[in-house]
Structure formats: C-alpha cells, structure tokens
Design a protein around this ligand. Structure first.
Ligand SMILES: [Zn+2]
Length: 78
C-alpha cells in the first residue's frame, strides 16, 4: 500500500462542568482498564465526574474539509 498524506487541523475537545457551567473538566486519574472509567474534576468547583473510555481535554485531528461539530463525538482515546 502506498502512503497517503493529507493536511489536517487540530481540535482540542473540552467538557464544560455540568455543575457550575464554567470550569473545564480535567482528568485526575488513569483509566481503569476493566471498566474504562476515568475520573475527572472540574478545575473551578472541583465537581467530580467519571467518563468512560474518554478523557478531557483531548486532542482530535480532523480533515480540513470536516467540520468541528462532526468530530466531537467520534474518537475515543484508547
Ligand atoms: Zn464546576
């Protein structure tokens, strides 16, 4: 197979705290390899929340012709 190259743009995906609505959620533990649970905390109010198989903030790469909205629900950082 030949190499295929294309330009991409870098997207940072954050999750805004469900409780205070201001802070960004930040990963505070490593993923549990059995359950996929990753503990997060709000950087402002400290609200804890578990995300499964995904962590925030994270970096996605999308094609130049793709929209940011399409990219947010796809990749999980396994
Ligand atoms: Zn908060």
């Amino acid at each position: 197979m030949p190499e295929i190259k294309r330009p991409v743009q870098t997207i940072e995906v954050n999750y805004v705290c469900d409780k205070c609505g201001y802070g960004m959620m930040k990963k505070v533990s490593e993923m549990d390899s059995n359950t996929g649970d990753i503990m997060h905390e709000c950087m402002i109010c400290g609200h804890p929340q578990i995300f499964q198989w995904r962590s925030y903030p994270r970096i996605n790469y999308i094609g130049l012709d793709e929209s940011i909205d399409e990219s947010t629900d796809t990749s999980d950082d396994r």
